[in-house]
Design a binder for this molecule. Structure first.
Ligand code: SAM
Length: 230
């Protein structure tokens, strides 16, 4: 049974997709998509032996070896050039996802959609999209089993169309589309984040050596969160 989190991700994979799921673990997502859509095909990438073997076993179990190729390796290095049109990277931190995209840029020439689900630090992915000509076309924030997670979908296109030039910093942090909605999980996430940052600021002030740059950065973010929540 696929988690609601990965079902949300699957929603943004088009029909007849030809996609790569990087960090696929058990290959649950490609198995789900290729079972529902007999014209879809996928490459499941995994850097670690255990998850790689789980992916191989699952793909065989669902009789999908002709349409899901399981490969072992780091990030997008498992792909040949122009091999896929969509890329999914889910269930990792935003900075790792960004590193995978940056290091694998050469493999993106035919990719027209990137779907990410960062566990933390979504802003680094938005920044990467913003700087690399991918437009955010959809952002979702969902709560499941007590966890709040974000799904960011970007299409290759007229870069930056969802960003307002004077608001860029705020939009990168909160998400330009999530900001428009201000849904319940969004409010909850940023309330928790504000409390966490306020505690961190208190601790910093008590430290022997004050990191002024970091302190200012935290204070600025707290101010931005307050404005967004007000
Ligand atoms: N994508 C699945 C999901 O969302 O449920 C699995 C997420 S799991 C927490 C992260 C997976 O990414 C692990 O199986 C890990 O081995 C794999 N991984 C981490 N870094 C990777 C990289 N650079 N290249 C490929 N796989 C990676």
């Amino acid at each position: 049974m696929l988690s609601e989190r990965l079902k949300t991700v699957a929603t943004y994979i088009p029909k007849k997709a030809n996609f790569a799921d990087i960090g696929s673990d058990h290959a649950y997502l490609p198995c789900y998509v290729c079972t529902k859509d007999i014209e879809a095909k996928a490459i499941a990438g995994e850097v670690n032996e255990g998850p790689f073997q789980s992916a191989v076993t699952n793909v065989k179990h669902y009789n999908l070896s002709s349409r899901i190729d399981v490969r072992k390796g780091n990030g997008l290095a498992i792909l040949k050039e122009s091999e896929v049109e969509q890329i999914v990277i889910a269930g990792m931190g935003g900075s790792l996802i960004t590193t995978i995209l940056e290091e694998g840029k050469a493999k993106l020439d035919k990719v027209n959609r990137i779907i990410t689900q960062p566990n933390v630090d979504a802003s680094s992915i938005r920044t990467w999209f913003y700087q690399n000509g991918f437009d955010l076309v959809k952002e979702r924030i969902v709560k499941e089993d007590g966890h709040i997670y974000e799904v960011l979908v970007a299409d290759r296109g007229n870069a930056n169309s969802n960003y307002h030039p004077t608001l860029v910093k705020k939009q990168l942090l909160f998400g330009p589309l999530l900001l428009q909605e201000k849904s319940e999980p969004f409010i909850e996430k940023w309330q928790v984040e504000k409390d966490r940052k306020e505690r961190a600021v208190k601790q910093m002030m008590q430290a022997k050596e004050l990191d002024h740059a970091k302190l200012d950065c935290f204070k600025e973010e707290i101010q931005m969160i307050k404005e967004v929540l007000s």
